[in-house]
Design a protein around this ligand. Sequence first.
Ligand code: INR
Length: 316
Amino acid sequence: MEMIGGEANKGATAMEAFEKLEKVGEGTYGKVYRAREKATGKIVALKKTRLHEDEEGVPPTTLREVSILRMLSRDPHIVKLMDVKQGQNKEGKTVLYLVFEYMDTDLKKFIRTFRQSGEHIPSPIVKSLMFQLCKGVAFFHGHGILHRDLKPHNLLMDRETMMLKIADLGLARAFTVPLKKYTHEILTLWYRAPEVLLGATHYSTAVDIWSVGCIFAELVTKQAIFPGDSELQQLLHIFRLLGTPNEDVWPGVSKLKDWHEYPQWSPQSLAKAVPNLDEMGLDLLLQMLQYDPAKRISAKAAMEHRYFDGLNKDSL
Ligand code: INR
């Protein structure tokens, strides 16, 4: 059997060690269950991942991704991968079980409860969540890793402590980002950067910052800022608010693979689109939603932005 774990890889096939409780979510690459480790009673999140290829064993790319995931989970704002176990399904195909720490909610659910109660998310909470998000993103960007699918559903939270942790990371590269979930559920486009939508082939850490900006706006308004239902509609949502981009604001945009002629809109006020965000917050948001990826703020620079002045950063 191949080696899939480090020191923590005791009994890599013994899934009897866990009692599966309810299904809590569906990541892009597999179902996630709340589970109890029988020996300790500890509650964990168990993610069953069917491997893409039908080859035997675990492909080396996956092994590499698992080790990246282990390395990244050293950061307090990235969900901790505790163990990896290898098993087989009924058809004899290899499955991987990733054992993660358990978090009781995600940002999508958190935002929804505020939307339903009609209350705003208090601005100190928005600020704290945004800082934690920037910190986690800065950590994996610092290691040359892109997430490429940041969205509220992938941001786990502890309601008690307001700790935020980024999930659904790393394996993205082993499996290549699919258009649809393995369940054929359609993936959301709402957080996708314009360069990705326009067919850029070489994209950068800036794609994640765009998503972070969209999440920032959504925390403030409790509504997605660009809720497109197709790639074209997604672009048009962005263009209607931020203005149709051109070579002046974004050199090279008209050379991108999927660029066409679009209706010409001029930029609208971000302050009107995201009311209740203070001037400093609007400045940061604007820097995250720059069209030109090269002009978009980095996660590290965002952490130093004046919007976060007065936040007790050391406690996060
Ligand atoms: C919850 C999820 C609680 N906890 C959804 C969820 C709703 C309520 O996805 C989840 C996870 C958890 C989760 O506690 N640990 C992990 C998800 C993922 C990894 S992943 C680890 O990678 O997004 O599927």
